[in-house]
Write a protein that binds this ligand. Structure first.
Ligand SMILES: Nc1ncnc2c1ncn2[C@@H]1O[C@H](COP(=O)(O)OP(=O)(O)OP(=O)(O)O)[C@@H](O)[C@H]1O
Ligand SMILES: [Mg+2]
Length: 264
């Protein structure tokens, strides 16, 4: 027969467990309050930065393409264009922080309509063409004639844009392919690059909020692009994953339900 634990010691151990449990619950409450305060701070800071930045953006763009452009001396045009790029970058960062609080609430207001993913991806590539070429990435789009889904065009464009910007940032100097295809009831958008790829142990982590993987040197970012992409794709009932590209880079695969009326 095993030696019996004396009753008072058992009672003492139970009291200790109870005390620790209460401490843990209190710590959880204060951690979630701190989290909520942090989110509220992010939101308030980003919201108040957003308005003046957008005003600045409008004014700069009027100096580049508006009637006032003629008054800008030639030697200042390069500087104005560079200020415009920086302000646009800042505006994107603040938009991202506003996005975090909204996406985190789990309620993503999607404005869905029937849309052609081929059109959408082609125009995302066109919009980012300058940035991609500047990074030395020539983009090839491989697609059927149409691929219809029921989705939010602005949000899905954000997903494709985040993947393309990552390719320009982490796989600069090499071609990128955007492939669209239908696989049974899913529409797939695959963004493949020829960069260093993502080691398998980091593949699930990089979709987490603020995670920057190995923290590649010489690049900046908040570690939010893939997290935002995942929230949007999941809100569409889809998935996003990364695998090895055929020639060794990263291959990001977005799959969302497609509409029955697709050809092919
Ligand atoms: N195409 C890619 N090739 C190699 N590594 C990548 C690629 N895309 C993403 N990563 C890795 O995944 C991490 C997370 O990407 P994510 O887009 O979420 O954040 P970020 O690019 O660091 O910052 P942000 O998108 O907020 O500006 C990156 O920091 C990088 O380490
Ligand atoms: Mg990114």
């Amino acid at each position: 027969m095993p030696p019996q634990t004396p009753l008072p010691e058992l009672e003492e151990a139970l009291r200790e467990i109870e005390r620790l449990r209460a401490e843990l619950a209190a710590a959880k409450v204060s951690a979630s309050m701190a989290n909520a305060a942090c989110d509220a701070f992010f939101d308030a800071a980003a919201q108040s930065l957003r308005t003046p930045l957008h005003v600045l953006m409008l004014q700069l763009s009027s100096l580049i393409t508006g009637p006032a452009a003629f008054d800008v001396p030639a030697q200042l045009r390069g500087k104005v264009a560079s200020m415009d790029r920086q302000v646009q970058h800042l505006a994107r960062l603040t938009d991202r922080l506003v996005d975090v609080t909204m996406l985190e609430s789990g309620h993503i207001p999607l404005r869905r309509s029937r849309l052609d993913l081929v059109d959408l991806a082609t125009s995302s590539v066109g919009r980012l063409q300058e940035e991609l070429l500047w990074a030395g990435c020539v983009v090839q789009v491989r697609a059927p004639s149409t691929l219809f889904v029921e989705g939010d065009p602005v949000r899905l464009d954000e997903v494709v844009g985040n993947l393309l910007r990552n390719a320009a940032k982490y796989a600069a100097g090499a071609p990128v392919t955007v492939a669209l295809e239908r696989a049974h009831e899913l529409a797939r958008v695959v963004v493949m690059d020829n960069g260093p790829g993502i080691p398998s142990h980091l593949r699930s982590r990089i979709f987490d909020k603020f995670d920057r993987g190995n923290g590649p040197t010489g690049t900046s970012g908040l570690g939010l692009g893939l997290w935002i992409a995942r929230q949007i794709v999941e809100a569409h009932g889809g998935t996003i994953e990364v695998e090895d590209a055929p020639r060794g880079g990263a291959s990001f695969v977005v799959a969302i339900p497609c509409l029955a009326a697709n050809a092919g």
